[in-house]
Design a protein around this ligand. Structure first.
Ligand SMILES: Cc1cc2nc3c(=O)[nH]c(=O)nc-3n(C[C@H](O)[C@H](O)[C@H](O)COP(=O)(O)O)c2cc1C
Ligand code: SF4
Length: 415
């Protein structure tokens, strides 16, 4: 199949948004938000992705409230940040791309010091010992009450409305990887015995409530996307049968597209990345908490996982067989041949993380035939760069270099 005949370069409708092609830049916690300030560097990073041809670029990991952060240097969707976010979305639109804000609440997956928080214990689906709190000395988590759920759902709505004000074209609700909504979905975290725990239908009750409220608030104006983990990637967690039920429930609730990720940050990181974090990557981060976090992940890894292109396609095909809604594949897409295989299997769009960190102009390279194969080696070194001063970047000698790190300390809207 030639580039010009590939479905990859045809438009796709998701809710009220038309994508110019099938390629999405996945959220890759870009950093570049010192003290939560959206920097010129972050705007530049996403501008390059749009200039490089992707239809939609996802700004990773925007917290729905200050208490919903994992790290101090994380973006928060709050009124004071809108002018900076607007510079970012304008830069993306200038190149014909669309911008998506990933909206998330960390729940108990937080490394914030107590001084940064309103609440004493981090929220989660269930209370009790907080294994992640060993790092931040917050040893116990709080089982969310109904009024906590009302407040957090309202924060998701507020964040989506602010994203609309900031010129975003889409929001991606994060229901995967072990953050708050995923702590409801996953039996590893949800031990509740009430209406919000037990079967997968009950575990999905609160996340679906968040989805329907966000859809009601912004769904006519923005594409409302959900990213979730098809499986928890570990025995005792959600299986692909659960993943199929989740997709069916998202479809019934009206989500405009689902992004089919896999695994959990701590329990099964290799299920997400399709490859191990190399030893040197675990020892490198200067941030102590990040270093300890990566060592915890290492402790859960039973064997070295070797990267394979399109490593989640077999799972995604099973979801495809059970729903009609638009589905976005993610996981190891590295070539136009990979893209054609994914679209040939009936998936509608393709998100790329590492391939676009390696080469932001990869989509144009595939389109004009100059780069049909990406050079990312899936070494996962970029995962250690998220909180380095330069932000998330490829450190492979063959990867394309980004902007000067100084831009990461200047607010995007500064003159
Ligand atoms: C440096 C880095 C940071 C990431 N941060 C996020 C994030 O903030 N939110 C998220 O949902 N996924 C995050 N991911 C996971 C990616 O979105 C994606 O699921 C994963 O990299 C697999 O896709 P790929 O093979 O195209 O890289 C991150 C991945 C990388 C490499
Ligand atoms: S550091 Fe570069 S080559 Fe290694 S996984 Fe990240 S993008 Fe790919």
């Amino acid at each position: 199949m030639t580039q010009s005949s590939s479905k990859a370069f045809t438009p796709l409708e998701i809710g009220p948004l038309t994508l110019r092609n099938r390629f999405v830049k996945a959220a890759t916690n870009e950093g570049m938000c010192k003290g939560g300030v959206i920097s010129k560097g972050l705007a530049k990073f996403h501008e390059r992705i749009a200039e490089g041809g992707a239809a939609l670029t996802t700004v990773a990991y925007c917290a729905t409230s200050p208490d919903g952060r994992t790290f101090v240097d994380q973006a928060v969707l709050k009124p004071e940040a809108i002018a900076d976010f607007k510079v970012l979305t304008d830069s993306v639109h200038k190149y014909g791309g669309a911008a998506c804000a990933q909206i998330t609440h960390a729940g108990s997956f937080t490394f914030l010091p107590q001084s940064e928080l309103q609440t004493k214990k981090p929220l989660s689906a269930s209370g009790g010992f907080n294994k992640l709190g060993v790092m931040s000395k917050r040893y116990f988590k709080k089982k969310m009450t109904r009024s906590d759920m009302d407040r957090v759902a309202a924060e998701f709505v507020n964040a989506a409305e602010l994203a609309r004000d900031a010129g975003f074209d889409a929001v991606e609700i994060h229901m995967g990887h072990g953050y708050l909504l995923s702590q409801f979905v996953s039996p590893f975290y949800n031990k509740r015995k009430d209406a919000y725990g037990g079967t997968i239908e009950k575990r999905m009750k609160f996340p679906l409530e968040v989805l329907s409220k966000v859809l009601a608030a912004v769904g006519d104006d923005l594409a409302v996307i959900v990213k979730y983990s098809q499986t928890d990637g570990k025995d005792g967690g959600n299986t692909i049968e659960d993943g199929i039920r989740v997709a069916q429930m998202l479809e019934a609730t009206g989500a405009h597209m689902a992004v089919l990720s896999n695994g959990l940050n701590v329990e099964s990181i290799t299920a997400m990345f399709g490859s191990s974090l190399p030893e040197q990557a675990r020892t490198k981060p200067s941030n102590l908490l990040l270093r300890i976090g990566m060592m915890m992940q290492k402790a859960t890894e039973t064997e070295k996982v070797v990267f394979k292109e399109n490593y989640l396609l077999d799972l995604a095909k099973q979801i495809r067989a059970h729903v009609d809604m638009p589905l976005c594949y993610i996981g190891g897409m590295q070539s136009l041949d990979n893209a054609n295989e994914i679209l040939g299997a009936g998936l509608d769009a393709i998100a790329m993380g590492r391939a676009l960190v390696f080469d932001p102009s990869f989509v144009n390279g595939m389109k004009n035939g100059t780069t049909l194969q990406n050079g990312c080696t899936a070494c996962n070194q970029c995962v250690t760069m998220m909180y380095a001063p330069g932000g998330t970047a490829c450190i492979d000698p063959n990867g394309k270099r980004g902007h000067a790190a100084e831009l990461n300390t200047i607010p995007a809207s500064a003159a």
